[in-house]
Design a protein around this ligand. Sequence first.
Ligand code: SAM
Length: 250
Amino acid sequence: PRLYVDAPLVASGVIVLDDEQSNYLLRVLRLEDGAPVRLFNGRDGEWTAAVRKASGKRAEVTPTGQIRTQDGQIRTDLTLLFAPVKKDQTDLIIEKATELGAARMVPVLTERTQTRTVRTDRFRKIALEAAEQTERLDLPEILEAATLDAALDALPEGMAVIFCDEAGDEAEAPWGGKTGRARPMLEVLEGLKGRPAAILTGPEGGFTPGERAFLLSRAETYPVSLGPRILRAETAAISAMTLWQAVCGD
Ligand code: SAM
């Protein structure tokens, strides 16, 4: 098993696990004293450790050796700005964005966002479990929900915003086709290699014309088409991140 611990990882530094992790190791996996586990904390790479029953129902782990150092290279930064949609679909977005290496995620409350209660504590738990499974060394940062302009204003100066624009320009080409302002995503990505970027996807009802006009008026905002069909928000987020990883990720 591979676990995230919020504690320094140093040889022989005993870490007492919480109830949930203790239960998982001792009662679900029924690990015996000395059984090996792997630990990461988002800062000190990945370590092997030995598990031991501690007092009460708790387990404790003792790091024994470092097997991976923290990603040395400065990875190109991907931020996902997503309008929350229905619970299960939003959970899927969080999990897949973690697997696909998003450095941070921001729930964006757009005019047509139907989900008003945004459970970032729940998102963080999903992201943590996905990071354990996908063998990431870091945890994605899940920011509090923000309005569209606040989320954009909070981005580092000059960050490219890849705006998944399902409508392109309704007047000209309904689905971001050739004459719509939205250009095929792969084409846009060619020009964004090596640049930190934010991918923006909308809610079930899409962006309003006012939001689209606001977005297209911003510098460094690139409307992209993900093809001629209407994708569900989670499909758009996952496919946009996958394309970004394939072309710009490192
Ligand atoms: N507004 C659309 C409609 O009228 O049915 C639906 C919005 S779609 C369900 C949710 C989000 O996914 C959109 O806001 C957009 O960000 C993204 N999306 C869906 N299809 C897309 C496409 N073909 N190209 C680019 N983005 C797309």
